[in-house]
Design a protein around this ligand. Structure first.
Ligand SMILES: *Cc1c(COP(=O)(O)O)cnc(C)c1O
Length: 333
């Protein structure tokens, strides 16, 4: 796989670290747990969308865009990082925010919402949960175009075959690092949301003939729908990369037992996981994605699901700024 054929901007100097989580491993008493620190990627406060935006912004710039439009939930990390990339490239940015939890938009909320304002968002368009968010983005784009502007629309989570190239790059980087460090892992655990990270990483391993299983912990859609979404993106991505064959559907592993009541709604396991990582490793997870994914990893280790494994790699996809919008959940003890 040769990614150099695709235009790319660079927002991170070098590779993100892979670290062994000694104290978490001891606390769980299971396989050695390693972490890939994509929470330390570039752009404001980092996170997985930075890798996708390297390819998406390059595409926007190649089309002469002057404004990027994207969408997300009211505390979206993807919206924060798209805005950050736009600021860095000298473009303007408008965001469509979906209230997936009714009444969840608070104009003066902290966390990512505060950063939208700090980084100078041009406009926020707040819509109800379940709205036609893609249609709303097209409407905003049409209005800008009518004024002579050059809008570029980025889909939710940056999860199309352009953005997902960022996680093919991550899979290449990870494989090279593990080789250099002499670490042999038996599985990767990551968060499976809008599917770009899961599809990109899995395709990156498949394209390098690396048979290590990748487990996606769902945070929104049920298993079947999430598997379909990841597999569909794997197919488009493989075609873009010119791979002989996309990942098999059986290789798309989704666990949907850790979503709780729904997207962004706190669970006891998430709270335990966020506290445990903070207290054993001084690593900040987030309440919406990595907290639930780590809750899944912890529970699966405790249940013996990974009993065959000597070591696992958890992909930390970022999101800690959202913690500051959920502090009420973490007070006590
Ligand atoms: C968006 C996001 C994810 C999920 O990644 P997808 O590519 O949308 O599946 C995971 N973690 C964090 C912190 C995110 O912001």
């Amino acid at each position: 796989m040769n990614l150099s054929a695709f235009p790319r901007r660079r927002y991170t100097a070098g590779a993100t670290p892979i670290e062994k989580l000694e104290r978490l491993t001891a606390a769980l008493g299971g396989p050695d747990i390693y972490i890939k620190r994509d929470d330390l990627l570039g752009l404001a406060a980092g996170g997985n969308k930075t890798r996708k935006l390297e390819f998406l912004m390059a595409d926007a710039l190649s089309q002469g865009a002057d404004t990027v439009i994207t969408c997300g939930a009211v505390q979206s990390n993807h919206c924060r990082l798209t805005l950050a990339a736009a600021a860095k490239e000298g473009l303007r940015c408008q965001l469509v925010l979906e209230q997936r939890v009714p009444g969840s938009y608070h104009p003066e909320a902290s966390g990512n919402n505060f950063l939208f304002h700090l980084m100078g968002v041009e406009a926020l368009h707040v819509v109800e949960g379940g709205s036609d968010v893609a249609g709303k983005m097209q409407e905003v784009a049409a209005q800008l175009a009518a004024q002579g502007r050059r809008p570029y629309v980025i889909p939710g989570g940056g999860s199309n075959e352009i953005g997902a190239l960022g996680y093919v790059a991550c899979a290449q980087e990870t494989a090279a690092q593990l080789f250099d460090m002499g670490i042999d892992i038996d599985g990767v655990v990551l968060t499976s949301g809008s599917a770009g990270t899961h599809a990109g990483f899995l395709t990156g391993f498949v394209g390098q003939n690396i048979p290590i299983p990748v487990t996606g912990i769902g945070i929104n859609r049920k298993k079947q729908a999430q598997t379909d979404a990841v597999h569909a993106l794997c197919q488009k991505l493989s075609q873009k990369l010119g791979l002989k064959a996309p990942a098999e559907r059986e290789a798309v592993v989704v666990v949907d037992d850790y979503i709780g009541e729904g997207y962004s709604r706190p669970t006891a396991g998430m709270i335990e996981a966020v506290k445990l990582l903070a207290r054993t490793e001084a690593i900040l997870l987030d309440p919406v994605y990595t907290g639930k994914a780590m809750a899944g990893l912890i529970d699966l280790v405790r249940k013996g699901h990974f009993a065959h494994a000597k070591s696992l790699l958890f992909l930390h996809t970022g999101g800690a700024p959202a913690l500051y919008a959920y502090t009420d959940e973490f007070w006590g003890d």
